[in-house]
Design a protein around this ligand. Structure first.
Ligand code: SF4
Length: 435
């Protein structure tokens, strides 16, 4: 097909002809919902103006698939007082598809935990129908609500309207990015801390870094209530705050027996006992279970399978990991454990978290190279230097693979171990005297 074919037939009714989309049509074939179907729906049922925009958008997209070329170019579009938050998209083939020649995206921060009322969603849809294309994506990889398809002229108007109903732009470019937290304590019984409060506290405290991009590259926080990590914090965020507990898993032996009676011993052994990564669980002859809590690594597997019988302990808090990211210069990285456990309950605890987050971003701003994520900075300078700069004490729980870790060296290991034992003894002493 030549490019000209995308112009469609001459209109007979005054309405422009629908652009043929043979390539995009194929994307609707599979078993999964397709974005193409959604855009076609807007083309056929949206407001009069948006029908035109979507028709040209589909025409351009199909041409992209045909020619294997992306036809969007960037530019500078923003709203008053903000340096980021809008992704400008100008079409390079505006002469063929004039209605979608400006198709900017507004990145808007979602409420923590993605809690919306239907009224709010309707309001958002109305605003975008009026000022944008009607196309909204819930949610982008960083959690943003993506309001896609706005003209330069309407960008400020759309932002003002969204701002009026309580929403703010998220991050884009070399800046603190929009954050996300799992649905959390409001709906999930495994939640180990107040994710919503942690997210709002950390982000509000650093909002300047989001709205006025000044960092070497992006920085993301994510908050998951437990190790199921429903927002992929460990591998998609520079600083992951993940809920955990440090006392024993709670066991309801009656429910364990009911589970075994219903599913059978073999099933329980196959799906729970032998799936525990540290072999911490045993099933007794009387169909009760025992857990060696010292060996448990709080992976959540057994709790996920036996939701009624098992639950996280009472002494809850968070683990903090730094440096997770998708592939860049040094490949994909999972977060490195830097704080194995901290309580997150009192105002003071939340302030400590916010200060730590602030220090982390400051360290990143001062030490990262251009276009380098903090995981890569740590990889470049070494974990000991990072820990020293952040004034974080070395802890054996940070070491995943002792023989390959760059900071467990035989010459200073004894010294670090002695320091750790001394700290633990002090903590134990403090706890005893506090009681
Ligand atoms: Fe084993 Fe994970 Fe259950 Fe701990 S939480 S006992 S490591 S399966």
């Amino acid at each position: 097909m030549k490019d000209g074919d995308h112009a469609g037939d001459k209109p007979e009714t005054g309405k422009p002809a629908i652009h043929p989309t043979p390539h995009l049509d194929q994307l609707e074939d599979g078993p999964w919902p397709s974005f193409v179907t959604g855009i076609k729906k807007l083309r056929d049922e949206g407001s009069q103006n948006n029908q035109l925009v979507m028709n040209d958008l589909l025409g351009q997209l199909d041409m992209s698939y045909e020619n294997r070329m992306g036809y969007w170019k960037g530019g500078a579009v923003s709203v008053f007082g903000y340096g980021g938050g809008v992704i400008p998209r100008f079409s390079e083939v505006a002469d063929k598809f004039p209605e979608s020649k400006e198709f900017h995206t507004l990145r808007v921060m979602p409420p923590p935990g993605f809690h919306y009322t239907t009224d709010l969603l309707r309001n958002m849809a109305d605003i975008w129908e009026e000022h944008g294309s009607g196309l909204i994506a819930f949610h982008g990889q960083s959690g943003d609500i993506m309001f896609q398809g706005c003209t330069t002229e309407n960008t400020q108007k759309a932002f003002d309207a969204l701002n009026k109903i309580g929403f703010d732009l998220g991050g884009a470019g070399p800046a603190l990015r929009t954050s996300m937290s799992c649905v959390g304590a409001a709906r999930c019984e495994q939640s180990c801390f107040d994710e919503q409060r942690a997210l709002r506290g950390v982000i509000n405290n650093l909002l300047d870094e989001m709205h006025r991009p000044a960092l070497p590259y992006k920085f993301k926080f994510k908050f998951s209530g437990c190790a199921n990590d429903c927002v992929n914090a460990i591998h998609r965020s520079d600083m992951a705050v993940i809920g955990t507990w440090r006392d024993d898993i709670k066991i309801n032996q009656e429910k364990v027996k009911e589970h075994v009676a219903e599913k059978g011993r073999k099933y329980t052994i196959d799906t729970v006992v032998s799936m525990c990564p540290t072999r911490a669980i045993s099933l007794n002859d009387d169909d009760t279970i025992e857990i060696d809590n010292k060996s448990c690594v709080r992976c959540m597997h057994c709790i996920n399978v036996m939701t009624k019988a098992l639950s996280p302990g009472d002494d809850k808090g968070v683990s903090i990991l730094v440096g997770g990211k998708r592939s860049l210069k040094v490949g994909d990285l999972m977060g490195i454990m830097v704080i194995p456990f901290m309580k997150l309950e009192t105002d003071e605890d939340f302030e400590t978290l916010e200060t730590l987050a602030e220090d982390m971003v400051e360290f990143f701003a001062d030490n990262a190279l251009e276009h380098e994520r903090i995981g890569e900075t740590i990889d470049r300078i070494g974990l000991p230097a990072f820990l020293e700069a952040m004034e974080i004490d070395v802890d054996p729980n940070m070491v995943a693979h002792p023989t390959t870790s760059s900071y467990v060296r035989t010459d200073d290991f004894d010294e670090e171990a002695a320091k750790w034992f001394e700290r633990k003894a002090q903590e134990a002493g403090l706890q005893i005297s506090a009681e």
